[in-house]
Design a protein around this ligand. Sequence first.
Ligand code: ZN
Length: 180
Amino acid sequence: MKVLQTKTNKVIKGRKPGYAIEKDPVKILGKNFRLRIFYKNIKISELNLLGKDIQVFLPHKYKKIGNSAILSLALDKMYEAIAREEIDKIMEKTRIMLGFAPEDYTIEKIGTKLAHCSEDKKITIDPEIVKYDRKIIEYIILHQFCHLKYKTHAKKFYEIISKHMPNYKLYEKALENTKY
Ligand SMILES: [Zn+2]
């Protein structure tokens, strides 16, 4: 969450009606969005995607206490909502492509990595995976599916991957500093 914290520290105070974070745009499916914060007479925060803007509406009471924690929460909720929609489609696509699939999967915060396949063959996806380009998400999910067959990154593991995604090394490169 380090990235997000840097972002939220850059909130410009005292500007109306929308507070914009000028630097470090928020990524959704590899695309940049600008975060704009508005204070409204509401009880719970709301979030809306509009064009290239992510509008976050916060209750007035948060004005005093600073909004970085609450913003993180709002963005987490947004990532989760997008993940619920996107991941299901990619899971289905991967299932059809490979001819096998996990019995089920969960979308929940892992924190240390974007996705995980456990010893007992359960796949978990961190909602923040939706920051990445769809192609990269597809690779990460294919990678997890292949762990259902092979625990390690053995030769046969990569044989399945390269059969279905010949240019997978591009995505591995893009994920160089990321765990999955
Ligand atoms: Zn792996």
